[in-house]
Design a binder for this molecule. Sequence first.
Ligand SMILES: Cc1cc2c(cc1C)N(C[C@H](O)[C@H](O)[C@H](O)COP(=O)(O)O)c1[nH]c(=O)[nH]c(=O)c1N2
Length: 239
Amino acid sequence: MNAEKQSAGGLIAASPFGKEAREAVYRAIHTRRDVRDQFLPDALDDELVRRLLEAAHAAPSVGFMQPWSFILVRDPATRQRAWEAFSKANEEAAALFNDEKRMLYQSLKLEGIRKAPLSIVVTCDPDRAGPVVLGRTHNPKMDVYSTVCAVQNLWLAARAEGVGVGWVSIFHDRDVRSLLGIPERVEIVAWLCLGYVNELYAEPELAQKGWRQRLDLDDLICDERWVDKPICSAERRGG
Ligand SMILES: Cc1cc2c(cc1C)N(C[C@H](O)[C@H](O)[C@H](O)COP(=O)(O)O)c1[nH]c(=O)[nH]c(=O)c1N2
């Protein structure tokens, strides 16, 4: 995969990408969307899926532990059962909002489990590199953070390939665990729905449908020390 010319010391040039390649990277980042409903039924090409998994597997990881595994779920019966687990959890989630917010919540489509031809369930094995992992000693969550990096790599590569990805997290962990035979010690990080798409929302669908807007980046930047910006304290209070 890495076609860059290496020096004798195993280094490659770190010069910036050309304008077009650089723009392509930012384009993938800014036009990546969470997809729920735009999936086409066509099966994904095996080599393409392999490229997406290679992109995921190229992610950074704490101590280079590479804690991820990828469960490829194509069977419609399994996806149907996953959707049932989602539905149950989604009803519980809806009940937590006040009347007005619940109406909007229930109008949102929050998964594409049955429509997307492929699901990839990404897991994190905390034991992948033995009990003591370089860089994880003082924060055990680092292995999960690493796995999320793999998800993001896959998501961006998928955007470049014209493949939609939707992350579904509205599940009881135990339901997915028993459906796919995932042992207790392995963490379930993401249920991803994948399929070809012809169109994507220009902006996050949740913003377009009035659920929540993108925050102003300048409200999220602090200089040198933590500052509790008004936007953050208001949000904490539910404002
Ligand atoms: C960890 C995690 C978990 C979820 C999500 C994302 C992430 C990062 N998202 C997608 C999320 O709603 C979406 O990313 C934001 O709304 C921003 O939109 P774009 O991703 O830019 O389209 C998501 N979407 C959804 O419809 N159902 C879900 O269960 C989840 N779960």
